[in-house]
Design a protein around this ligand. Structure first.
Ligand SMILES: *[C@@H]1O[C@H](CO)[C@@H](O)[C@H](O)[C@H]1NC(C)=O
Ligand SMILES: *[C@@H]1O[C@H](CO)[C@@H](O)[C@H](O)[C@H]1NC(C)=O
Ligand SMILES: *[C@@H]1O[C@H](CO)[C@@H](O)[C@H](O)[C@H]1NC(C)=O
Length: 356
């Protein structure tokens, strides 16, 4: 990072203490913050400020790649870093020991434009340890995929396909594989299932000899253009602003998916043909768990998406966290408290069931 970049970032951060103080003064007593600590309220305000103040290139320059974030996190958490290079800029970052008897493959969020942030690793590390404590050892691998604007659809999809193919050829049995993804990662996970059902011509096919075990979608980014009521009702509350998500969503939609209407369903599954997910029952034997925050902009889109999936899969479970924000568990993990949200034990429970 250059001196000028650092200086510019510092200048842009000058208003931050005032913005945070204002948020604390005006929202601490709001009902949706009833169960939140002051530390969480400050962290949420900082996060929202960062997203709305810095451009994607600025955020990327400050954060570095997912690999860089992971390496630094692993060192600080005193966890060995284990990386599988898959080629084509895709890699698996193992959160804890690599094992191939039971695997949770995680696709991280960040609007397809940001790397995996430290709270992702903190959260999934906590999940792994907690599952181990409850008697189930598994490997958790985070996919590092190429980011927007250098990469666009269907490159991340192909990279997720490569990750699954890599794990299966290394001996993992599909029924011992669970897929998880938050936000854009939830979207990417659904792209993979779409691809198995409707192979994309520019991505090699993926065939499963048996269904995978389960799928977990946390605040999945399934509606890109902010058309439902929750976008406006809760826009000032959520950790991402409507303007930010909608702007990036529109860019990604026009550049990445726009040229050919046939593949738009990969992007806007909410609006896809009602039969698009027909056959998903044969791909996932256990449950498809979908979570959302009651106060997040994406809430209505996520609920609608859950209803669409329910028509094609018998074990869809949609859980809404009261007063929850977008990716709420990662906001808790960001202040070192991955265990406090109500969704965390639920997700751990469903992941444990996925390996029964
Ligand atoms: C916000 O951005 C600053 C500057 O890049 C960084 O130091 C800080 O960790 C970020 N905080 C959050 C919560 O994103
Ligand atoms: C946020 O969403 C909830 C749930 O629909 C709604 O009841 C509430 O009025 C919205 N807005 C605010 C400011 O809380
Ligand atoms: C995935 O993201 C695209 C944009 O990148 C979006 O249009 C689409 O709705 C998302 N997929 C699903 C399954 O909702």
């Amino acid at each position: 990072m250059s001196f000028l970049h650092t200086l510019w970032i510092t200048v842009k951060l000058i208003p931050l203490p005032f913005v945070v103080l204002w948020k604390v003064l005006t929202t601490t007593h709001a009902s949706y913050n009833k169960t939140r600590s002051l530390q969480r309220i400050c962290a949420d305000a900082t996060f929202r400020y960062n997203l709305s103040t810095f451009t994607i290139p600025e955020l990327r320059a400050t954060l570095g790649s997912s690999l860089k974030v992971y390496t630094k996190w692993a060192k600080e958490a005193n966890v060995p870093s284990v990386v599988d290079e898959l080629g084509e800029d895709a890699r698996l970052l193992w959160i804890g020991p690599k094992r191939l008897d039971r695997v949770i493959l995680v696709a991280h969020g960040g609007a397809f434009a940001l790397p995996a942030l430290p709270p992702y690793f903190t959260f999934w590390h906590y999940v792994r340890l907690e599952m181990e404590r409850q008697g189930v050892e598994c490997g958790i691998a985070m996919l590092s995929y190429s980011l927007w604007p250098e990469a666009s659809f269907p490159q991340p999809l192909n990279q997720l396909r490569m990750a699954v193919a890599f794990l299966l050829s290394a001996g993992l049995q599909p029924h011992r594989l669970q897929l998880a993804g938050d936000s854009a990662g939830g979207n990417l996970t659904m792209q993979l299932l779409s691809h198995i059902l409707h192979p994309h011509p520019n991505v090699p096919p993926l065939t499963l000899v048996e269904p995978i075990s389960a799928v977990h979608l946390l605040s999945p980014w399934v509606g890109l253009v902010g058309e439902t009521a929750s976008w406006d009702e809760n826009a000032s509350i959520d950790c991402t602003s409507k303007e930010w998500l909608v702007r990036i969503g529109r860019e990604i939609l026009s550049k990445g998916f726009g040229e050919d209407d046939t593949y738009r369903a990969f992007a806007e599954a909410c609006k896809a043909d009602p039969t698009w997910f027909h056959g998903i029952e044969q791909l996932v034997s256990g449950s498809i768990v979908i979570t959302a925050g009651d106060k997040e902009c994406l809430r209505d889109d996520v609920l609608k998406f859950g209803e669409i999936l329910e028509r094609h899969h018998p074990k869809v479970e949609v859980v809404v966290q009261p007063r929850g924000l977008h990716d709420d568990m990662f906001l808790d993990a960001g202040i070192g408290k991955p265990e406090v949200g109500v969704l965390t034990p639920l997700i751990i429970d469903r992941l444990l069931s996925g390996f029964k």
